[in-house]
Design a protein around this ligand. Structure first.
Ligand code: 2BA
Length: 109
């Protein structure tokens, strides 16, 4: 068995979860925060038999969009410590960041 962690955009979280449920997969949704943008995102946990892993990843891929996001970064000019000049930086977020882990033991008691 495998455990899939998928970090997706908040706007895609419900769509991915519904499609996984419709296809018979169990899902847990966690509210998470990206370390770089410091914005909310969604982490989905899916326990799945190895032979169905590709279906799960396929659903996540199909339902997650990539988006451009602009953030204000800042730099300190030389010799002017403490002063900041904000400038926009564009990053591409997603579709999804997926981790697949081996499950040592799985029980429902
Ligand atoms: P954030 O950490 O908020 O990152 C959002 C986007 O900012 C990233 O999109 C990437 O395009 C950019 N970014 C992240 N760190 C950067 C850095 N140090 N320098 C420049 N740009 C950077 P994605 O790569 O699609 O990641 C989306 C979200 O997935 C991340 O949100 C984070 O919550 C999670 N994630 C991505 N890679 C991860 C990893 N290796 N481990 C754990 N979580 C990860």
């Amino acid at each position: 068995m495998k455990l899939v962690f998928a970090v997706v955009h908040d706007e895609d979280g419900s769509k991915v979860m519904e499609e996984l449920n419709r296809s018979g997969f169990g899902v847990t949704k966690l509210c998470s925060t990206g370390g770089f943008l410091k914005a909310g995102n969604t982490t989905l946990l899916v326990g799945v038999d190895e032979e169905k892993l590709d279906s799960v990843i396929g659903i996540i891929k199909t339902k997650s969009k990539s988006r451009k996001q602009v953030i204000n970064s800042s730099m300190t000019p030389n010799g002017m410590a403490g002063m900041f000049i904000p400038y926009p930086v564009e990053v591409v977020v997603g579709g999804a960041t997926i981790f697949v882990l081996d499950v040592e033991r799985f029980e429902k008691v």
